[in-house]
Design a binder for this molecule. Structure first.
Ligand code: ATP
Length: 357
């Protein structure tokens, strides 16, 4: 296992153009801790695979360095980096049995036969392949083949890191949850440094100890799922994490007061932003629909039932907001006000564009 340091990392697939927009990765500077499970999350095209390929050695960055435990591996081949990789599509040896496929990375390193067998058995149990160990890989379903790839990625204990590039894309949706749980328990048991690329926030939030949120070639925030939910460092993180994402309201901030039209909300935190026209962010879960006279006035547009919550879409002054109401709570016709939980308010500088809005 290794800590991975990324220093001034940037990559352009067309470096001679010189234009900033051509950089698929722009200035990434981070230390990823030894033994932690990270998810790399972001919309399509934000640079996740580019970053993963630079860490694995499939791609040499245009600028910057990759260090494993302080040692510069930027120019080292993938083989010399001592990593395991699992891709979106299965990579298996068709002529070998499932067991031989799982054992392959261990045999390759000359491991003792009894230890190999023990280890293969353990991995087969965790990936649900015990009953298939003697079957030839050729002719197996894609689900089973991808389980073999996952197992092979996890079978070695002595790798610096295990890198996963959207490994559950081809897996039946019913099996995804189960396999993710298995990956998580393998991580708890063996403590590998793991990096897991996905654009699916459920996958990222349920798998990882730390989530790395990317947009337009930049890392916007690295945090625990709870930090990203409660304290998004950037408005895009608030928007991208959560379903529906954060609500945003234009406000004028003066000291600890955020003015929305002719109402004001008291801010309890110091957000480190200058006074002026800013954007207040609040999650639907932290907006309370009420009949209390001191709430802010809303007009309800429609209600969506989403099982555990109902999501009420409403207009607050000129902005649309979503409000999460617990299942079982009644929405009375006189509930035309909302209270924003002051502890859960974020303030952002209004200098960015939300995708798709
Ligand atoms: P996805 O989730 O769709 O896989 P991603 O976040 O992994 O996307 P990348 O595949 O790293 O993003 O792509 C980042 C940017 O680099 C995109 O604009 C993409 O079009 C561009 N890109 C990726 N690979 C190449 C390549 N081989 N040549 C030129 N441009 C590329």
């Amino acid at each position: 296992m290794a800590a991975i340091t990324l220093q001034n990392l940037a990559h352009s697939y067309n470096p001679d153009s010189g234009a900033d927009a051509d950089y698929a990765l722009k200035e990434v500077n981070h230390v990823w801790e030894d033994g932690k499970a990270y998810a790399l999350l972001g919309p399509s095209g934000c640079g996740k695979t580019t970053l993963l390929n630079i860490i694995s050695g499939l791609l040499t960055p245009t600028r910057g360095q990759v260090l494993f435990d302080g040692q510069d591996v930027t120019e080292a081949s993938t083989a010399d980096r001592n990593i395991a990789q699992v891709f979106q599509f299965p990579v298996v040896y068709d002529t070998m049995t499932v067991g031989e496929n799982l054992a392959f990375p261990l045999r390759n390193r000359g491991m003792d036969k009894a230890l190999i067998s023990e280890r293969v058995q353990r991995i087969a149990e965790m990936t649900g392949l015990e009953a298939d160990l003697h079957k030839r890989a050729r002719g197996l379903t894609t689900d089973l083949k991808q389980k073999i790839s996952l197992g092979r990625g996890m079978v070695r204990e002595d790798v610096n890191a295990i890198l996963f590039d959207e490994p559950l894309t081809v897996i039946d949706p019913h099996l995804k949850w189960e396999l993710r749980t298995q990956l998580k328990s393998l991580h708890q048991e063996f403590g590998h440094t793991m990096i897991y690329v996905t654009h699916d926030q459920t996958e990222a939030l349920t798998f990882a100890e730390k989530v790395v949120v990317m947009k337009d070639g930049l890392v916007l925030q690295i945090g625990t799922p709870q930090e990203l939910f409660e304290r998004p460092a950037h408005a895009f993180v608030g928007y991208f994490i959560g379903s529906p994402g954060m609500n945003f309201l234009p406000v004028t901030v003066e000291g600890n007061s955020a003015r929305l039209k002719d109402a004001a909300v008291t801010l309890t935190d110091d957000y480190g932003t200058p006074d002026g026209d800013l954007r207040l962010g609040i999650r639907p879960e932290f907006v309370r629909l009420t009949r209390q006279a001191d709430g802010l006035p809303v007009t309800i547009n429609h209600v969506q039932d989403a099982g555990r919550h109902k999501f009420v879409n409403a207009t607050l002054f000129d902005s649309e907001i979503n409000i999460a109401v617990d299942e079982g709570s009644q929405i009375g016709p006189d509930m035309t006000r909302v209270i924003l939980d002051p502890e859960k308010i974020s303030i952002f500088r209004d200098d960015w564009r939300l995708d798709g809005r």
